[in-house]
Design a protein around this ligand. Structure first.
Ligand SMILES: Nc1ncnc2c1ncn2[C@@H]1O[C@H](COP(=O)(O)OP(=O)(O)OP(=O)(O)O)[C@@H](O)[C@H]1O
Length: 330
């Protein structure tokens, strides 16, 4: 029996139609027109205990809605959800004792309270037995290097520091499942690395099941073995990251600055995308032509000033997935 089971999940939101202008606004107060927005059309997947799954997709794809339903905040329009045998939105009290949630854009700590007081309050709310709480809190404080921040009010923390405190807050009651909604959003590079390292340890060493949404492909690469791509409220892909990468993500971009004007390159399997002055941008498939081989071929015959390889941005990957999906549906 999987730990998380999602079957034919659908969610519509009812939003008020706005008529422009003052008269429209007044009329809207009297006869409000509603329109339905399909956030999720039909999503099914399951997750075994101890898995780490990344949920990716463009803005508005339905990722946050899925996390909100799984964490019991929202009720779906139709479909079935079970987490550890419970229906999250029907048995919230028991459910929240087993899960931890971190929203990158929202805080569960109290803005004006010192971090440690917020932790104490949460332990009370979750009714964590005092000795167990102190043990878990000290463990998390050490893992997340929170000691120097404990007496500071949350509002004085930097975003990176606050996210570390948020992770501890979400885990004080020792949940076996962690939902993360864009946990690295807005963080600088060292803070992102710290978050990834912490999530990895939590999953690998403590066996916590993690479901994560992100727009950062580096999060996915660093953490997830399995990836679900969601778009238009539907599942587009569910599989190992390695195969997604080898298929849709195969293309790499190479940027080269030459010492002199950019030469005409004619290499099998390489497409020139842009040429300007001394610069050249090209694409290649590393499965067919490994990057070191390509770079060696170019640098052995041309003087190069700078060179770097880039993976396609997540938006490009998603756009490509849409094309494949639409072609398949047609
Ligand atoms: N409370 C709400 N009321 C009305 N519509 C909503 C509400 N929340 C979400 N939506 C709509 O549902 C759709 C899915 O939104 P959701 O926030 O789940 O997407 P997302 O994949 O998390 O996007 P993002 O990457 O931008 O966070 C969007 O069209 C959004 O406008």
């Amino acid at each position: 029996m999987p730990q998380i089971l999602v079957e034919a999940l659908a969610k519509t939101y009812r939003v008020a139609e706005r008529t422009p202008g003052l008269i429209g606004a007044v009329r809207g107060l009297v006869h409000r027109q509603w329109r339905e927005v399909w956030a999720l059309a039909d999503v099914s997947f399951s997750l075994e205990a101890g898995e780490l799954l990344a949920f990716i997709g463009p803005n508005g794809a339905g990722k946050s809605t899925t996390i909100k339903i799984l964490s019991g905040i929202l009720r779906p329009t139709s479909g079935r959800v079970e987490v550890d045998g419970l229906v999250p939105y029907e048995d919230r009290i028991h459910h929240v004792a087993r899960i931890g949630v971190v929203f990158g854009q929202r805080s569960q700590l109290w803005w004006d309270l010192p971090v440690i007081d917020g932790f104490d309050l949460l332990a009370d709310i979750y009714r964590v037995e005092p000795a167990r709480y102190r043990r878990r809190r000290d463990e998390l404080v050490a893992m997340l290097r929170l000691e120097p921040l404990l007496d500071q009010p949350v509002r004085q923390l930097s975003l990176g520091q606050r996210m570390r405190a948020e992770f501890a807050a979400a885990l004080l009651h020792d949940p076996t499942i962690l939902f993360l909604d864009e946990p690295t959003i807005g963080l600088d590079a060292p803070s992102k690395l710290a978050v990834r390292e912490f999530v990895r340890r939590l999953n690998r060493e403590q066996g916590v099941t993690v479901l994560l949404t992100t727009h950062d492909m580096h999060d996915v690469e660093a953490l997830a073995e399995r990836v679900i791509v969601i778009g238009h409220g539907r599942l587009l892909v569910d599989g190992p990251f390695a195969s997604l990468r080898a298929g849709v993500l195969a293309e790499r971009r190479l940027y080269i600055d030459f010492v002199g004007p950019a030469p005409m390159l004619d290499i099998d399997g390489v497409t020139i995308k842009a040429r300007e002055g001394r610069s050249l941008e090209l694409t290649f498939n590393p499965g067919r032509l490994p990057a070191p081989k390509l770079i060696a071929a170019i640098t052995s015959s041309h003087a190069v000033d700078d060179i770097h390889v880039e993976e396609p941005a997540i938006e490009e990957v998603i756009a490509r997935l849409y094309e494949l999906h639409d072609a398949h549906e047609a």
